[in-house]
Design a protein around this ligand. Structure first.
Ligand code: F6P
Length: 504
């Protein structure tokens, strides 16, 4: 934290915090805080009017962005500078969408051409009949593909994709039960090609193919990795290794060859539309300034709540069954990126960083967790996401009710309801933001994901932290390895658990 950012935070902390009702009474909040973007797959409205942002806070956060060097850091990211300082790496997932440093965009284009020809060759029968793909990866090598396949490949996918991440063999066995080995390919997705869960599952998938009559199990494997040599050494023919750049972070990698299962399930045209939707957000993010920049505006609101109102969580509810995996995807994106304790120069950050991201799907969540949102003692900023065009072909009653419920929740959270009976009173003044898509398709899904990526980046920059490393996940991995190797001793509780489970 510099003197300038400290001063900006101090000014923000001193501002009045008017209620939502007061803010709506004072001005045209829709004009100021609700914006529709025209995107390749249709419009998306980003309505932040039911948050507590006001002119004074926007001015304060704009001053903070200036003090934190937001514009130069954004430019540095798009220029391919090594903004991931702890790992001395560039951050170039946008190059996969055609936006960024020219050489990286060209490399990304070359990868996509290879991916496209492999996908189209498989569809054309070059590897025999292919009905199933078991996609093995974890974290960023699984969450994005799982979300996109689940959202976009509901009606007659070109290939059935089964994403397996957990080292618990129950997960892989469930995929085996759903697949016919003779018509199954296996994608091994790992940026590092060393992750224990993925390599263990990959070995078991090879065994399963071999034990079920497949003469050359390695011939059924496609490797998706930033370390192609390791995949070749492991046994995959280099014609079926799709390498991506080291400058693409794991949780930002679904645009790279890690997105192979998406393209295989929905076809190349839809995958290209997915990239185009994200690219439209990249161009907006790269050029729009201040409050007009929607990911930055969202970050202003996020920081208002975590820094000035003490909120510890933020929830996302998709009123769209197709987005049921979005909350888990966002959990890794936001918490692995910004769950940090030190600044870029390694000093204690001195303020709360990422809140806990959680959420679910509407209307289910209304009957489970919304009680706390309306009447609990925790203030939880909520995001709603919905699409105007229905994803189903049943009676219009379904979709009309779905949207009515979505908008009713935002209205109720804000308005509240007085009652003499405390148990029946709603305090109101509870914030929400709404992302309303005209349609949910490959392009708008790409745009929604890219919006959240940039929102996460903005939060990181304004907090002065590095959003692109994840050292916090290493210690547990090291300890698990030493337990398996039998090479370490631990506290009495851990020792007793290990003994009882027969692991030591
Ligand atoms: O353990 C965390 C992590 O490194 C994530 O950042 C990453 O997405 C995941 O593991 C999987 O890593 P890989 O793609 O290298 O197998």
């Amino acid at each position: 934290m510099t003197d300038a950012t400290n001063a900006a935070w101090a000014s923000l902390a001193a501002l009045d915090k008017p209620s939502l009702n007061t803010l709506f009474a004072a001005g045209d909040r829709l004009a100021d805080y609700s914006t529709q973007l025209n995107l390749p797959g249709g419009t998306i409205r980003f309505d932040w009017s039911k948050t507590h942002l006001d002119g004074a806070h926007v001015a304060g956060f704009t001053a903070l962005a200036e003090a934190a060097g937001f514009a130069p850091r954004r430019a540095a990211m798009f220029a391919g500078e090594h903004i991931n300082v702890t790992e001395d790496r560039a951050v170039e997932h946008t190059a996969l969408r055609g936006v960024g440093r020219e050489t990286s965009v060209e490399e990304a284009h070359a990868l996509h051409l290879r991916m496209k020809s492999l996908v189209e060759a498989i569809h054309a029968g070059a590897l025999g009949e292919v009905r199933h793909l078991i996609h093995i990866g974890i974290g960023g090598s699984a969450l994005g593909p799982n979300l996109a396949v689940d959202a976009l490949a509901r009606d007659e996918p070109l290939v059935d994709v089964h994403v397996v991440s957990n080292i618990d063999g129950c997960a892989l066995e469930a995929a085996f039960k759903a697949c016919d080995p003779a018509t199954t390919l296996v994608a091994v997705a790992s940026k590092t090609f060393t992750t224990t869960e993925t390599m263990t599952n990959a070995h078991s998938a090879l065994d399963w193919l071999g034990q079920n009559g497949v003469a050359d199990p390695y011939g059924r494997v496609i490797a998706l990795t930033a370390y192609p040599d390791k995949a070749v050494e492991w046994g995959v023919d280099e014609t079926r290794v799709l390498p991506f750049a080291e400058s693409v972070g794991g949780r930002y990698s679904l645009w790279s060859s890690i997105g192979f299962p998406i393209a295989l399930a929905v076809g190349w045209d839809d995958f290209a539309a997915f990239l185009d939707g994200a690219a439209a957000i990249d161009r907006h993010f790269e050029s729009a300034e201040g409050m007009a920049n929607l990911p930055l505006r969202a970050a202003f609101a996020d920081l208002y709540y975590t820094q000035l109102r003490g909120t510890q969580t933020r929830a996302c509810f998709a009123y769209d069954e197709r987005l049921r995996l979005l909350p888990s995807y966002l959990q890794q994106l936001e918490m692995e990126s910004n769950g940090k304790s030190v600044t870029l120069d390694g000093q204690p950050v001195g303020r709360p960083t990422a809140p806990i991201t959680w959420g679910g799907v509407g209307t289910d969540a209304q009957h489970a967790v919304f009680q706390l949102l309306h009447q609990g003692t925790n203030l939880v900023p909520v995001d709603f996401i919905a699409a105007i065009i229905p994803g189903d072909s049943l009676s219009p009653d379904h979709h009309r009710n779905l949207l009515a419920n979505c908008f009713a929740q935002g209205a109720a959270l804000m308005a509240g309801k007085a009652s003499k009976d405390g148990a029946r009173a709603y305090p109101g003044d509870r914030p929400s933001a709404t992302m309303l898509c005209e349609d949910l398709n490959a392009a708008t899904l790409g745009a929604l994901i890219a919006f959240h990526e940039h929102r996460t980046f903005c939060n990181g920059v304004l907090l002065g932290i590095n959003s692109f490393d994840q050292f916090g996940v290493e210690l547990g991995k090291e300890i698990a390895k030493s337990i398996v190797a039998g090479s370490a001793s631990f506290d009495p509780s851990t020792e007793a658990l290990l003994a009882e489970a027969g692991i030591k």
